[in-house]
Design a protein around this ligand. Structure first.
Ligand SMILES: *Cc1c(COP(=O)(O)O)cnc(C)c1O
Length: 365
């Protein structure tokens, strides 16, 4: 170890992504076409056709830098959600906007609060700034908002809240979130990560983008990676009042969202048919998986996302057996959940292929 680097960088445990299809095909000599990937909460339908057309049209322009300020995508988001464009920050995935908030607000000597079993990026974004992590024990695998509120220290600058949460699929109603945001000191920023909002029942969907106008210390993050089917393009956004938006913009790379991604996101944003089809297929798939787990007598967390966390016991063994059958799911030992697996909802035939292999792997075929 001769290169001097901060201890807080050396101690970071890098993000563990779902195994790529090409890697499994290589390692196990499988046909990539037949591999089923239910490991990264991607939209199983593939990208919307509307986005494909927008990408094709934009291709001719890739020798140019993208619009650094994302004028047209911000205008589309502004119309869609009824917020001013100068309240919007675009990100290279919402992962990027989570980090922009961290880089704008955290430094050594400050702290961030987040829940046990919450999205892994909160830990990474905190650690890479040298700030201290205050990890609050979960309640029934979900966020304990009262305990999170009580854990805020004088040096706390950010509280990360995922709703719904990944990898657990837990969710809190909007009244609980609103009461929490109102209870947090005004100099502590709440980063509310709503990556799965589009998968909620319409009556349960968040109104927090509207609440941003009441709270200068609230940032709401959304993504095009999940229900919008554009994970590979890396595009997400944050909504916050101008002061916070301006701070995040100062630490943003000038060209953080590619021109292709911007064009595709504009098309996907108003593709109601694609979104509705994705929502309905996900509900049916969730029900299918959860009923099967219940029938098998397995503990699972009723999910509000596009994935289910299920307790399988020997998760490493079951994961391996599924890989051999050409099915990739997500181990969550890195989250402190070593006997659980997270299964993303796939197409109906993918869910069936998973369940066949899973029952075999569990010795219950
Ligand atoms: C997938 C996910 C994200 C974001 O992913 P990006 O692809 O970076 O937009 C953010 N938060 C949670 C909780 C997620 O599960």
């Amino acid at each position: 170890m001769s290169i001097p680097a901060p201890d807080y960088v050396r101690s970071i445990a890098p993000y563990q992504a779902g195994k790529p299809i090409s890697e499994l095909a290589r390692e196990y000599g499988l046909d990539a076409q037949r591999i089923v990937k239910l490991a990264s909460n991607e939209n199983p339908f593939g990208m919307p056709e509307s986005a494909r057309a927008a990408i094709a049209a934009e291709l001719a322009e890739v020798s140019r830098y993208p619009d650094s300020n994302g004028f047209e995508l911000k205008a589309a988001i502004s119309r869609h959600y009824g917020v001013d464009a100068d309240w919007i920050t675009l990100g290279n995935g919402s992962n990027d906007v989570l980090e922009l908030a961290a880089h704008a607000l955290l430094q050594p000597g400050t702290s961030a609060v987040y829940s046990q079993y919450s999205f892994a990026v909160y830990a990474l974004a905190t650690q890479e700034t040298g700030a201290r992590a205050i990890v609050v024990p979960a309640r029934e695998l979900g966020h304990d908002l009262d305990a999170m509120r009580a854990s805020i220290a004088t040096d706390t600058r950010i509280v990360f809240v995922a709703n719904p949460n990944n990898p657990t699929g837990t969710w809190l109603p909007r009244e609980a979130i609103a009461a929490f945001v109102a209870s947090v000191p005004s100099d502590v920023v709440v980063v509310l990560d709503e990556a799965y909002d589009e998968y909620l029942d319409p009556a349960q969907r968040s109104d927090s983008i509207r609440q941003v106008s009441e709270h200068p210390n609230l940032v709401v993050c959304r993504t095009f990676s999940k229900a919008y089917g554009l994970a590979g393009l890396r595009v997400g956004f944050a909504v916050a009042q101008p002061e916070l938006t301006d701070l995040m913009n100062r630490v943003r790379q000038p060209f953080n969202v590619s021109s292709i991604a911007q064009a595709a996101a504009i098309a996907a944003l108003d593709d109601r048919a694609y979104l509705q089809r994705s929502y309905e297929a996900n509900r049916a798939g969730l029900q299918r998986l959860q009923e099967a787990f219940a029938r098998m007598g397995l503990e699972y967390v009723p999910s509000h996302g596009n994935f289910v966390l299920v307790r399988v016991g020997d998760a490493a063994g079951v994961y391996e057996a599924l890989l051999r059958a050409g099915i990739i799911v997500r181990p969550v030992g890195n989250y402190g959940l070593p006997d659980w697996l997270r299964i993303s909802v796939g197409l109906p035939e993918e869910n069936e292929a998973f369940l066949r292999a899973f029952e075999k792997a569990m010795g219950r075929a």
